[in-house]
Design a protein around this ligand. Structure first.
Ligand code: HDD
Length: 702
């Protein structure tokens, strides 16, 4: 554990503790023999051949040769964090799950966020669905919610999963493109699978470009089942809501970030936790009585549908706080094995055919990826409660079982370990009544594919709609085959005629002449990001400065930002220090090479005639402002700093001198008293983006 790595001792996963190992004092072999040279192999003479006696060399190399395990077939790129979950109130009325019963219980969790399509080394900010997996180490055993940041899925039946994933992944002949759905085979498949329509609308929306992992929603997607102590069952849907609100990158920014800092999300998560600025998410549930199962005009077992919050409100039930970074990426984030089949008493499954397939697939994939059924006993996967059974041996068995018998029933070992009744905490599957013929068919209630796609479209703000259309132009613009593009326009015409016409225009397809399906005109507030929480907390501001800067202005803005939970960094031409007008040394955090505007949420330019002169001469400083403006970010300047904004020639912004706060998120004062603008600047940062600006939208959005 690093010194800066804050740990809340109360919520540590104690099961991990015995396995944590520091660097140690002396280098030894794996047999514990001290090593006296690890830089030179054993040779016959300094220029001679190597000698087989060199057991240290052999051990070092053979271990190295086996360091990689198969990456996850999807969700290979991920970032993890430890934390805890605490319920707001007892949910015992609905579930007998103990970790939801008592608001004083903090259950340790491990979370892994991921992209879906890219390989382990791919960039964080690509357009993609994000995985949102949470492992709860409860006193009744481990419970996993393995969700995404989108509430619906591409397909309805798990048997189609290999097909959709093959279509998403790089094409098999040339292995292109990496971590992107913008390629012919993906859209070919999608154009032939109408059930994907709703998910595709979300995929093309800003949801697939989260600004940070701290600002992203999570969903359990499927309908699950909760069962209380009396055996009464209800259906539930899970929602994770980030306390910082749901915010996205603009596409141009996301693409640039992928080059400037491919680890942008991972770094942000790590740094936030390291600084003690812990990411927080509220868990909410939609609860549906069994008798209401069929009261919707869609099937709650169909994972391509959500339940609008207007029909069933989301009830907040607790909060998750991520407060500790992993000690070791491989041991924890890479080896963590999530399985939707990991449930505890009080939680059960529905008959959703996508979920049912997942109940098989995850265990299977862990066996392949981690290489042994004993993966469950790796430190990160171990339950915190005792576990005993007669499953024995296998590769890498880490337990030394001391019992004489390994079967049940037995008389030689007092018939232990014994099974438990429901009252004693034994898991009893909900005795759902099922009947039917064996058929390979879908339920007629799964056959409607467009209504909720239209609901989503209708719910977006005009700017969100622009983004979606531009994303479709980009994605389908990379598809050479006219037939695929034609089919997709026809598909969008089933969602909304206007949408289809707008997409057609950008991808060389004739606009559809007739309306295929009349838009039902319904919308749902919760589906848009426009009404999300707006706070400056957790944001990052760049302070552009050079020698001669007015230190007092930096100090006063920095102080105000800090009080609002905003991090500020000084960006200048060179690393080291700059000298302020009154001779103070100011530490430079980043240079224009290491700190691009896309890495920050806002920019501030303090005064100081000499500093501004130098920055005006520096094309990169002017570009920095330009880019922040183009990405709709808050910009502030005080004193002579206003001149740098003028030099950037921001389109449509003319009265910089006289503005204190305008409707474009540009906050300036000619005064040397920067504190005048602090409040307005913080408000402007909280808005996240200022869409009123005149920028070359086509360039930014596409
Ligand atoms: Fe899956 C990984 C989420 C459908 C098969 N999936 C995986 C991860 C997430 C999801 C977040 C990464 C877990 C981690 O961090 O280690 N998957 C979903 C969601 C789905 C979904 C929200 C639909 C609602 N998945 C799905 C289906 C199947 C799979 C239908 C197969 C039948 N998923 C897998 C897998 C993975 C996986 C192949 C790859 C690595 C792993 O499991 O551990 O088994």
């Amino acid at each position: 554990m690093t010194e800066q790595n804050h740990v809340n001792e109360n919520t540590k996963n104690e099961a991990l503790e015995p396995y944590r190992q520091d660097a140690g004092d002396k280098l030894t072999t794996n047999q514990g023999v001290k090593v006296n040279d690890t830089d030179n192999s054993l040779k016959a003479g300094t220029r001679g051949p190597s000698i087989r006696d060199d057991f240290h060399f052999q051990e070092k190399l053979t271990h190295f040769d086996r360091e990689r395990i198969p990456e996850r077939v999807v969700h290979a790129r991920g970032s993890g964090a430890h934390g805890y979950f605490q319920p707001y109130q007892s949910m015992a009325e609905f579930t007998k799950a103990k970790f939801l019963k008592d608001p004083s219980i903090k259950t340790p969790v491990f979370v892994r966020f991921s992209t879906v399509g890219g390989s382990r080394g791919s960039a964080d900010t690509v357009r993609d669905v994000r995985g949102f997996s949470v492992k709860f180490y409860t006193e009744d055993g481990n419970y996993d919610i393995v969700g995404n940041n989108i509430p619906v899925f591409f397909i309805q039946d798990a048997i189609k999963f290999p097909d959709i994933v093959h279509a998403i992944k790089p094409e098999p002949d040339h292995e292109m493109p990496q971590a992107s759905t913008a390629h012919p085979s993906f859209w070919d498949f999608i154009s032939l699978i109408p059930e994907s329509t709703h998910m595709i609308m979300w995929l093309l929306s800003d949801r697939t470009l989260p600004r940070t992992l701290r600002m992203m929603q999570g969903f359990g997607v499927h309908t699950f089942r909760w069962v209380n102590a009396e055996g009464k069952s209800r259906f539930v849907k899970y929602h994770w809501k980030p306390l910082l609100g749901v915010h996205s990158n603009v596409f141009d920014e996301a693409q640039k970030l992928a080059g400037k800092d491919p680890d942008f999300h991972r770094r942000d998560l790590w740094d936030s936790i390291d600084m003690g600025d812990y990411p927080e998410y509220e868990l909410g549930v939609q609860i549906i009585e069994e008798e209401d199962e069929h009261k919707f005009d869609f099937d709650i077992l169909d994972a391509t549908k959500l339940i609008p919050e207007e029909l069933v409100p989301v009830r907040p039930i607790g909060k998750m706080v991520l407060n500790r970074n992993p000690d070791n990426f491989f041991a924890e984030t890479e080896q963590v094995a999530f399985q939707p089949s990991n449930v505890v008493p009080g939680i059960d499954f529905s008959d959703d055919p996508l979920l049912q397939g997942r109940l098989f697939s995850y265990h299977d994939t862990q066996l392949h990826r981690l290489g042994s059924p004993n993966f469950v006993h790796l430190p990160i996967n171990r339950p915190v409660c005792p576990f005993h059974n007669n499953q024995q041996d296998g590769r890498m068995q880490m337990e030394v079982k001391t019992t004489r018998v390994n079967y049940s029933p037995n008389s030689l070992g007092e018939n232990l370990p014994a099974v438990s009744s429901a009252e004693e905490g034994g898991y009893v599957h909900y005795p759902e009544r099922v009947e039917g013929h064996k058929v390979r068919e879908r339920s007629p209630s799964f056959k409607e594919h467009f209504s909720q796609a239209t609901l989503f479209w209708n719910s977006l703000s005009p700017i969100e709609k622009d983004h979606l259309v531009a994303a479709a132009h980009f994605e389908l613009g990379k598809v050479g085959d006219q037939g695929v593009r034609d089919r997709m326009v026809d598909r969008f015409n089933h969602v909304d005629h206007e949408l289809a016409k707008r997409i057609a225009q950008g991808i060389g397809v004739a606009a559809p002449s007739a309306i295929t399906v009349q838009n039902h005109g319904q919308s749902s507030e919760a589906l848009s990001q426009k009404n999300t929480t707006k706070t400056a907390k957790g944001r990052k501001v760049a302070i552009l400065a050079a020698n001669g800067v007015e230190a007092a202005q930096i100090m006063s803005i920095k102080q105000a930002l800090k009080a609002a939970g905003v991090v500020a960094e000084v960006v200048s031409q060179f690393k080291g220090t700059i000298k302020s007008a009154d001779g103070k040394e100011i530490e430079v955090d980043k240079t224009f090479l290491t700190g691009a505007s896309v890495m920050f949420d806002a920019v501030y330019v303090p005064g100081g005639a000499k500093s501004i002169q130098a920055l005006q001469m520096n094309g990169e400083a002017v570009d920095f402002i330009h880019e922040a403006f183009k990405h709709y970010k808050a910009i502030a300047a005080s004193g002579e700093g206003v001149e740098l904004l003028k030099a950037a020639n921001l389109q449509g912004v003319s009265r910089l001198d006289s503005y204190v706060q305008d409707d474009q998120g540009i906050v300036t004062t000619r005064s040397a008293d920067a504190s005048e603008i602090a409040k307005s600047f913080i408000n402007a940062i909280a808005q996240h983006r200022h869409w009123n600006r005149l920028v070359h939208k086509d360039k930014v959005l596409a």
